[in-house]
Design a protein around this ligand. Structure first.
Ligand SMILES: [Zn+2]
Length: 186
């Protein structure tokens, strides 16, 4: 299953969870960028790559500064929310009723340039999730080398690591530390 667009963008600034210090910004990868924007833009290859990259990086920052306080059970700052609202203002939605296969469907169509529509759609998926979901499920992987953002779907909201890889890595590290301490005190 594909990750939600907002999660995918947040996590596009990849950190090596094993602690090598290696980072990889997926936005620098033209194929990743085109594939990602291709979900909203019919011809992503026609967009100015630098403009698109800068705009996506801005949106990623804007989302990250909202996520950071929320995962610490603090409120999102009004100034930070205003950055998203500024994006929404650029892309209003108009409603249209259309006939589709003997049925009538009500559709909401965004109005704006292709890049603006993509940005507003990503921001919309993020804002909708924050507004609808249980915010206490929003988490950042506690592996300091990883910092992956995820939604904790576990029943008692007890997940601390992004995936089993980080969980296993932390288990091995804790085991080694315990063994080291045991050796020192022996
Ligand atoms: Zn992780």
């Amino acid at each position: 299953m594909d990750a939600a667009p907002w999660l995918e963008l947040l996590n596009s600034d990849w950190h090596d969870y094993r602690g090598s210090g290696r980072r990889e910004d997926r936005l620098d990868d033209p194929r990743w960028l085109e594939g990602y924007l291709g979900r909203w833009v019919p011809r992503p290859d026609r967009l100015d790559r630098r403009t698109a990259r800068r705009a996506l990086r801005d949106l990623r920052d804007a989302m990250r500064v909202i996520v950071d306080p929320l995962v610490c059970q603090q409120k999102a700052r009004a100034d930070d929310l205003a950055r998203l609202n500024a994006l929404f203002e650029k892309v209003p939605y108009v409603r249209r009723i259309e006939a589709a296969g003997g049925k009538l469907v009500l559709v909401e169509v965004p109005v704006g340039g292709p890049l603006e529509i993509a940005l507003a759609s990503i921001a919309r998926s993020f804002a909708a999730k924050l507004a609808e979901a249980d915010i206490s499920r929003l988490k950042i992987c506690q592996n300091k080398d990883c910092l992956w953002v995820f939604l904790d779907g576990s029943r008692n909201k007890s997940r601390r690591w992004c995936e089993t890889t980080c969980g296993n890595l932390m288990k091995v590290r804790r085991f080694r530390q315990r063994r080291k301490r045991a050796r020192k005190s022996a």
